[in-house]
Design a protein around this ligand. Structure first.
Ligand code: DGY
Length: 341
């Protein structure tokens, strides 16, 4: 029997590649080349599955050019690279890698929060540049974390894990805003109080953005929201770059309208807005929120298991992004087929 072919779009752990190789004919990319889109599409033709990492756009045009494709498995919890309705319409399963990165990404949110509030990057750069020649009473004074108010925008699994760290570890007063209010038991577990988006920006000392990105929440934090923030406050983004209007943020930071920002994600990454890199009061990291070795291995294994589960065993261990929509669509199709017959 000929083996099914899959494409692994970016370099992955060799053991994950070996596991996939036990089940499929695998075209890999261990050189980690960023293929131009036309090349990606060309390589994907004739493949039934693809292992993506969040940067490869899967849309209607690609799906039309790759009719054999059955599943796209993202090694990321975010899936803004997927046009989910187009995938469902084409009968293609979309999977992501939730849960396994929750705590590691929340750790990173907290790392950035602390580094920003305590001006870590700026003070380290000063020391490394040999500029430190005396102690002074106001040198690199920042804001307190313990006992302050933590505002979380987006209260999914990662948001709640950030809240737990703030409330239980640092005695913070946690407020949050989310599309819908959490169930009382989840609010209690996170020790968090629901407020309006405006109140969150007005009241918080430290804001963390943990929203999934979509066209609807593009620049959900812009000049209007930043203008509500306290001059001593900070903002951290571990969601997606497009959530913040980076030019508005850079302008506020340059004018010291807020204390600082910690950013792990950028609009148009890996390109970073030069207005941000020019500033001292911003901590910048290259999208490493989930980057601990055990977590990245767990994410890669989950994406590989989704490919194996669906293509080899005909089922996934848990509901995927569009499994429900896909099964509804297939039911509708068989219904219309039976009506036609
Ligand atoms: C995710 O999983 O969405 C992280 O941002 C890594 O891409």
């Amino acid at each position: 029997m000929t083996q099914q072919s899959i494409l692994v779009a970016r370099a992955v752990f060799p053991e994950v590649l070996a596991k996939l190789g036990e089940h499929f004919e695998v075209e890999s990319n261990q050189e980690d080349t960023i293929w131009p889109r036309e090349e990606f599409i060309r390589r994907l033709q004739g493949k039934v599955g693809v292992f993506t990492t969040g940067g490869e756009r899967i849309d209607a045009a690609l799906l039309k050019a790759c009719p054999d494709l059955k599943i796209c498995a993202n090694m990321a919890v975010g899936y803004n690279n997927f046009d989910v309705p187009a995938m469902t319409a084409a009968g293609v399963m979309a999977t992501n890698a939730p849960d396994v990165l929750t705590e590691t990404t929340a750790d990173m949110g907290f790392t950035l929060l602390m580094a920003t509030a305590r001006r870590l990057s700026e003070s380290e750069a000063y020391l490394r540049a040999g500029q430190w020649n005396k102690w002074s009473y106001d040198m690199f004074c920042g804001g307190d974390i313990h006992g302050s108010t933590l505002g979380i925008l987006g209260m999914g699994r990662i948001g709640r894990a950030v809240a737990r760290r703030g409330a239980h570890g640092f005695g913070m007063n946690v407020i949050y805003h989310n599309r819908s209010r959490l169930a009382p038991e989840l609010e209690q577990e996170a020790n968090a109080r629901y407020v309006s988006k405006q109140d969150l920006f007005r009241q918080a000392d430290h804001i963390v953005l943990v929203l999934p990105y979509s066209a609807e929440n593009h620049h959900t934090v812009g000049a209007t929201e930043i203008a509500l923030m306290k001059p001593t406050s900070t903002i951290v983004n571990i969601g997606r770059g497009g959530l913040i209007d980076e030019n508005a943020l850079a302008a506020a930071l340059a004018a010291n309208k807020i204390l600082g920002a910690g950013l792990d994600v950028f609009e148009g990454e890996p390109r970073v807005n030069p207005a941000l890199t020019a500033l001292k009061n911003v901590v910048l990291t290259p999208h490493i929120g989930s980057a601990s070795v055990p977590t990245r291995k767990a994410m890669a294994n989950l994406a590989a298991d989704n490919l194996i589960g669906y293509l080899v065993h005909g089922k996934l261990k848990r509901l995927s992004i569009n499994s429900q929509a896909l099964s509804n669509r297939l039911n509708d199709l068989s219904f219309s087929l039976s009506v036609k017959l």
